[in-house]
Design a protein around this ligand. Structure first.
Ligand SMILES: [Zn+2]
Length: 255
């Protein structure tokens, strides 16, 4: 069985003591590719070093809504420049987070709109983070019209919003949250999203799936998300692995 972890944060401190081991463990446990997400332009430098070291490791480039306050008048050009790097496959993560509000709402909106414009300029998909802002996120997407689609990563919204996202050409990505006992509403949403529009991810080191809750998350645990999705759709875990891998490769243009 093989899987792709479509969203990880392997440059974070949580992996400082054993990063290479975690990556090798993933690749020797059926994870064929890993797509690293990027939260700041300092992080992209570290991501690029890592992606050069491992063939099947890729990265996005962008500024997370939490960090939108870091957006300056040179951010647009700097992100565009990083997209010329071979292993950069997406813009993000970007979006809106009105739950934590670590950056002012209007700054988040500006950084989000600018990053959609970049995605259109350089023909890359978007990695969207949205929390307590699903309506606003969809409105901005409709307004800015992303041409290369993208993914709503770590999806936690309702079915109606998911359907709006699908109409805009986006994928829905499920994380370890789907395995949580309390996630019955989310499982119901997942049941109604076609597998051809579905990705899986860890968002590691966060959101560790059952049965490893309480431990640090890592890419190899993405198979537990696949197992849960297999139960929900009544198909084999193998099939989930194959379909979501195909979808991930198609979205990010990777082989
Ligand atoms: Zn993330």
């Amino acid at each position: 069985m093989t899987f792709i972890d479509s969203h990880s944060h392997l440059i974070l401190e949580a992996f400082d003591s054993d990063r290479d081991n975690v990556i090798q463990q993933a690749f020797s446990n059926g994870i064929t590719h890993i797509v690293q997400s990027c939260d700041t332009l300092d992080e992209i430098e570290k991501n690029l070093i890592l992606t050069k070291k491992y063939t099947n490791l890729y990265s996005s480039v962008g500024i997370h809504p939490h960090e939108a306050k870091l957006w300056t008048n040179v951010s647009y050009d700097r992100i565009v420049k990083y997209t010329k790097e071979e292993k950069v496959v997406a813009i993000g993560e970007t979006g809106l987070d009105f739950y934590y509000n670590y950056s002012p709402n209007d700054i988040q909106v500006k950084a989000f709109r600018e990053q959609i414009k970049i995605a259109n300029e350089v023909s890359l998909p978007l990695i969207i983070h949205t929390r307590d802002a699903f309506k606003e996120t969809i409105e901005i997407l409709k307004d800015e019209k992303p041409k290369n689609g993208g993914v709503f990563h770590c999806y936690t919204g309702d079915l109606k919003t998911a359907e709006e996202a699908l109409k805009l050409g986006f994928y829905i990505s499920w994380s370890g949250i789907l395995t949580f006992k309390k996630a019955s509403d989310l499982k119901e949403v997942a049941k109604n999203i076609p597998l051809k529009n579905t990705l899986i991810e860890t968002d590691c080191p966060f959101l560790t799936p059952v049965p490893h809750r309480g431990k640090r998350n890592e890419p190899k645990y993405v198979k537990h998300v696949a197992e849960e999705l297999a139960k929900i759709h009544n198909v084999s875990t193998d099939e989930i692995g194959n379909l979501t891998s195909e979808n991930t490769k198609k979205l990010f243009g990777i082989k």
